[in-house]
Design a protein around this ligand. Structure first.
Ligand code: FES
Length: 109
């Protein structure tokens, strides 16, 4: 079992450092839910289909992340509070290159 450390700032501004498994095919949205860093029903609304943007987060570290898919791009084009560093957490599958990743959850919209 190999974990990476990921820092997640919740919507109250509290920073959490969590262990994220790289071998469970988990994504960042699921990680936030697993650690209960956002209230149930406010994140992961579409179940990780890139169709709701409730999992939007801002990437604060210069971690090398996979490119956005067309679906992710399209959803972010319609979402609120989008910044240049916005990503959809459900589209970021946890891998070893994410060691030290820092993200902040976007406000609930
Ligand atoms: S959970 Fe809906 S877009 Fe990520």
């Amino acid at each position: 079992m190999s974990d990476v450390k990921i820092k997640i700032k919740d919507r109250e501004g509290v920073l959490h450092e969590v262990d994220a498994p790289t071998d469970m095919n988990m994504n960042i949205m699921e990680l936030v839910r697993a650690y209960e860093l956002a209230p149930e029903g406010t994140i992961g609304v579409c179940g990780g289909m890139a169709m709701c943007a409730s999992c939007q987060c801002y990437v604060e570290s210069d971690t090398n992340l996979p490119e956005k898919s067309d679906d992710e791009d399209a959803m972010l084009a319609e979402a609120f509070y989008v910044k240049d560093n916005s990503r959809l957490g459900c589209q970021l599958h946890i891998n070893e290159e994410m060691e030290g990743l820092e993200i902040e959850l976007a406000p609930e919209s």
